[in-house]
Design a protein around this ligand. Structure first.
Ligand code: HEM
Length: 371
């Protein structure tokens, strides 16, 4: 009797969205370059290949899409140069108190409760509030903006209905009376000697909300899940708050928010196991890279004392995430506020976090007992 050959592994298998790690292992071991016809991309899974691909100029953002990454090279560099000072250094330091205050208010609201879901009651709110603060939009509008982050925005970019009408008066005011916030930076910026149009400003804002809100929300949920799963390490972070950065970096390595970054090959590119042909769509499996045993000893283990985490969760090279420091500030403030307000926080009885998602991934519920 002839045996039917097993179909090649694929990201499109429904089991993969539930648990991608067995597939990632197979890919790294036996198919470091695989044309996944069902998913519609060539898969790269080893740390070294993913790292090289993310910074390779022959691999560009695939159409369709209107994100930062899709901008033509000169405009991309110009827009990065505009936005990045407003998300680091003095500008970031000016946001710190507001983000910490929001984290504190959100955490304090939970103190009288027996149980809570940290995703819907904390993680879904704090990152959106942080981006709202960075843009200089009114704090009272965080709920509206959070809704747009959840429903209308994707990593493809593009502005959801309603955002342009909401932004119009703020943009007009910033053009007339600029302040020190990111929206003012965009409203007063000049590209090719001309100010950015209202449409361009709205597109950039939509991009920042999409890139920042959802990714940080998911990464914060993964951080909390990792620490609640490892009470001894949680206790250490509680006792030595300076360890929060290491806990964050290790969580981003083990459970990144963005599991897959897509690219399009402009030319043939040699990688482990073969050559990506020109024109191919490439899936850089960041989630797999973080668990590559050739790069990380015992990679499935969560260990905040891991030396040189070297994770790729924010990308590398000229497209590296512009929100690294804002995300770190948000996660650090969130963790600190929760640990302070809820000193006895543990998983609710019988609860296990259940991460979901293929392109972006995290638990969509974190049920905790608070007393
Ligand atoms: C933990 C939270 C975050 C994660 C995991 C994350 C992850 C990423 C990743 C993987 C990329 C793509 C890199 C590439 O294409 O090579 C990216 C790009 C980007 N991110 Fe983030 N991000 C986070 C938070 C933020 C925040 C808070 C902002 C700003 C408010 C932001 C703004 C951007 C922008 C503007 C880009 C495009 C950069 C470019 O193409 O030049 N991100 N991010």
């Amino acid at each position: 009797m002839r045996t039917v050959p097993a179909p090649p592994p694929s990201l499109a298998d429904p089991a993969v969205a539930r648990d991608p790690y067995p597939l990632y292992r197979t890919l790294r071991d036996t198919h470091p370059l695989l044309q996944d016809e069902r998913f519609g991309a060539w898969l790269l899974s080893r740390y070294a290949d993913v790292r090289a691909a993310l910074s390779d100029p022959r691999l560009v953002a695939p159409p369709p899409g209107r994100t930062f990454a899709h901008l033509e090279e000169a405009t991309h560099a110009e827009h990065r140069a505009l936005v990045s000072p407003a998300l680091q250094g003095r500008a970031l330091a000016a946001l710190k108190a507001g983000v910490e205050r929001t984290a504190y208010v959100l955490a304090r609201r939970l103190t009288r409760r027996q149980e809570a879901d940290l995703v819907t009651e904390f993680c879904d709110w704090l990152p959106a509030a942080a981006v709202v603060a960075a843009l200089g939009l009114p704090y009272e509008d965080t709920a509206r903006v959070t809704d747009w982050c959840r429903t209308g925005l994707t990593h493809l970019g593009g502005a959801p209905t309603g955002l342009d009408a909401f932004l119009r008066p703020h943009v007009a005011r910033r053009r007339a009376h600029p302040r020190g916030d990111l929206l003012s930076v965009l409203c007063t910026a000049r590209a090719d000697g001309r100010p950015l149009s209202d449409e361009a400003v709205t597109g950039l804002v939509a991009n920042l909300l999409g890139a920042g809100g959802e990714a940080t929300d998911r990464a914060l949920a993964a951080l909390l899940a990792n620490l609640l799963d490892h009470p001894a390490q949680l206790a250490l972070v509680r006792a030595r708050p300076a360890l929060a950065d290491a806990a964050w970096a290790e969580s981003l390595r083990r459970d990144p928010a963005v599991h897959i970054v897509l690219r399009r090959a402009l030319a043939p590119v040699a990688v482990s196991g073969g050559t990506i042909p020109a024109g191919a769509t490439v899936a850089c499996l960041v989630g797999s890279a973080g668990r590559d045993p050739d790069r990380f000893a015992d990679p499935d283990r969560y260990d905040l004392f891991r030396a040189a985490p070297g994770q790729l969760a924010f990308g590398v090279g000229r497209h590296r995430c512009l929100g690294v420091q804002l995300a770190r500030l948000t996660a650090g403030s969130g963790l600190h506020a929760l640990l302070e307000a809820l000193p006895r926080m543990t998983w609710a009885p019988g609860f296990r976090p259940d991460p979901e998602g293929l392109l972006t991934r995290s638990p969509r519920s974190l049920l905790v007992r608070l007393h």
